[in-house]
Design a protein around this ligand. Structure first.
Ligand SMILES: [Zn+2]
Ligand SMILES: [Zn+2]
Length: 348
């Protein structure tokens, strides 16, 4: 079968022929219906080097996958061949306290995981191929009726990651509250939809690209603000001077973190989702009182079930541009150039 593989750090992935996987005991092979192209893949290609993460190439890219059950190994029960499924992407050890409650991204026994701190497309072979080997049937989540793999694939990361970041702050988003979304890209535009679908908060979206702000409006943002020197002032004014109860930074650069803290309300949350590499100085007087600052990484298996349900109900629908496997490199080129709208999805 054909697969888009990262063969070494600091290189472009290559489309090549590899053997079709067969499932061992407890394993499942999924015929890939769609694999999302994630901005973090660019970090893998451009910046990672030996020692950055505890795994190395070669492996097939694609950590945001859905398709149909193709083959199951001995001992796998409850799945039928041809059944549409999503693949839960972070693969932990399965037995530590975090994995037991379905929070594999925070696995506390990474040495016991199939790959420490990774998953399919992150150290092990992912979904940018005709078939993906999933090492444990517990990572297979059946799709609810009405959701097909092309729509489901981006929900497993571009949907699940903002869903987790927003869900933890639900208590701070009652009617009358304000949420600010910084960065309306692959994750941010879904974040706007999730906020509108699951809270009554007023949503303000910030980006430096006019077309991203248009997309935010399409996704239900109540107000858009162009990134720049007056953005903080505009957001403060829009909240009666109080600031935003929850700020979600999907960029994570110095400038966006500074904006986040400048517009946060006392007792608010500032959640850093984007891996833009920026830093934020925190001291007693530099941050409004009782603002909680946290990073988040991906989401839990129960949350994936919920976000797929939002997708099936039509309440959350990532904007996608589809590419054939042959054109996958084009998807990454467009992503790098910033010309991609919404999420690129590879359909093998
Ligand atoms: Zn990702
Ligand atoms: Zn674990």
């Amino acid at each position: 079968m054909r697969a888009l593989r990262l063969r070494q750090w600091k290189s472009e992935p290559e489309l090549m022929e590899v053997p079709e996987p067969t499932p061992g005991p407890g394993e499942v092979v999924v015929r890939v219906g769609a694999a999302g192209a994630c901005h973090s893949d660019l970090h893998l290609m451009d910046e990672f080097e030996p020692g950055t993460v505890p795994w190395n190439p070669p492996f097939t890219l694609g950590h945001e996958n859905a398709g149909w059950v193709h083959a199951v190994g001995d001992g796998v029960r409850g799945l039928t061949i041809g059944q549409p499924v999503a693949v839960y992407g972070p693969w932990g050890c399965g037995t530590c306290a975090r994995c037991r409650v379905g929070v594999d991204p925070y696995c506390e026994n990474p040495a016991g995981a199939p790959v420490p701190g990774g998953g399919g497309g992150l150290g092990l072979d992912g979904g940018m191929a005709e078939y993906e080997l999933v090492p444990d049937a517990r990572h297979i989540v059946p799709l609810p009726d009405g959701l097909d793999p092309v729509d489901a694939a981006p929900l497993t990361d571009a949907g699940l990651t903002p869903y987790h970041a927003i869900r933890r702050s639900w208590a701070k988003l009652p009617p009358g509250s304000t949420a600010v979304v910084i960065g309306v890209g692959g994750l941010g535009h879904v974040g706007v939809q999730i906020l509108k679908a699951t809270t009554a908060a007023r949503v303000i979206a910030v980006d430096n690209r006019a077309e991203a702000l248009r997309l935010a409006t399409e996704c239900g943002a109540d107000q858009t603000v162009a990134a720049g020197p007056t953005a903080a002032e505009e957001i403060r004014a829009a909240t009666g001077g109080r600031g935003a109860d929850v700020v979600l930074d999907f960029v994570g650069a110095d400038a966006t973190l500074a904006l986040g803290v400048a517009v946060a309300r006392t007792v608010g949350d500032l959640t850093i989702v984007g891996i833009g590499g920026g830093t934020l100085p925190v001291s007693f007087f530099s941050v409004p009182y009782e603002v909680s600052i946290a990073t988040t990484y991906w989401g839990s298996r129960p949350e994936l079930v919920e976000v797929l349900e939002l997708g099936a109900q039509g309440l959350v629908r990532p904007k996608t541009t589809t590419f054939a496997l042959d054109d996958a490199l084009d998807a990454y080129r467009q992503m790098r150039a910033g010309t991609l709208e919404g999420r690129a999805v590879i359909v093998p």
